[in-house]
Ligand binder design. Sequence first.
Ligand code: SF4
Ligand code: ZN
Length: 403
Amino acid sequence: MEFKIAIGPQFEGERIRKDDLFIEFGGPKVKAKAELATIKKMDEVEHGKIEIIGPDIKDLAEGGSYPLGLIVEVAGTELDPDMEPVFERRIHQYCNYIEGFVHMAQRNDIWLRISKDAVKQGLTSLDEIGKVLIYLYTSELPIIERVAVTFITDAQKVENFLPSALDVYKARDERVRGLTEEAVDEFYGCTLCQSFAPTHVCIVTPERVSLCGAISWFDGRAASKIDPYGPQFVVEKGELLDTEKIVYSGVNEVVAERSMGTNDTFCLHSLFDHPHTSCGCFESIAFYIPEVDGIGILPRDFEGASVIGIPFSTMAGELSGGKQVEGYVGMGVEYLRSPKFLQGDGGLRRVVWMPKKVKERVKDSIPPEIFDKIATEEDVNDVDALAEFLARVEHPVMAGEFS
Ligand code: SF4
Ligand code: ZN
């Protein structure tokens, strides 16, 4: 297969600086963006078909940020619906195989950047990216027999596509609710992000979705079956060493091995001591606010500064790269719904601030007695005001419940 642009795993981890950027799709400046992989019946997928709905790379003004809907339809006689999220996460990996093209984040958070050099080399059409994706899906995952790719760049049409994608994500997230860590023997690991964060390992349990939010325990299971030597693999739980912060011997062994000895302990449900590492594509950040002894939640799409005066991008820079940074942890927003959410630190009762949008999203998982005690950006804008708010509503942190 011949392409106008170079491809290969050596280009993963590449970065495109502002001066080298030709255009970007999605990212913080663009509201309408989403990617979705769907499994279809064999006769519903025309293998190799690439559709571009809206302007193409060459039609777009240099330096701009544009909406994008990216849909990968796959078919194969052996495919099962569990595999959809696994295939969807491969969009990230395969796009990053392309020289001069970078894919970040996932679902409706995607951010894709094309370099000026790539355009010079011939990446002037999304068609080229579609061809690479089709080639990689079928050559790397033989279970996939047919692939078609659609790019939607027409702003209105991306808006129209978004709700259906959100419905799919929601249904996937709901599936795992109710399943506990105690009820399973195996967790799953993922090292897909090691290209950017070489010591990072994600541990996915039924009560801890991956920090990108894209891999649940079911997805880890499906992925490890499709491709046992691939980026997602089985993690034997082993022995429970800490019942508060939840530390398992099997998890520690895998983390030590896959982080090349950099980290040897993971507290699965605490941001103190030895928190889970964070690569760079976390959907949100849980961060400790020492002044009030509470925890704040900051999602990627929050505009402006958090309650401690720091915006997402700055805070993300502090904890990304596969480090264990005490007091911070990157997490999937869905993790807020987990009965084990930061249980070693006091769980949702310790949360003092989160944006209104997140609070609404996980409303039914927040205990009613503390719902109104968690401040949002509409209540307070700095730590002093937060402290006053927490005192006024008699938040559990004020009673010293966690000290
Ligand atoms: Fe895998 Fe974790 Fe990266 Fe998601 S964030 S792709 S689960 S390593
Ligand atoms: Zn990542």
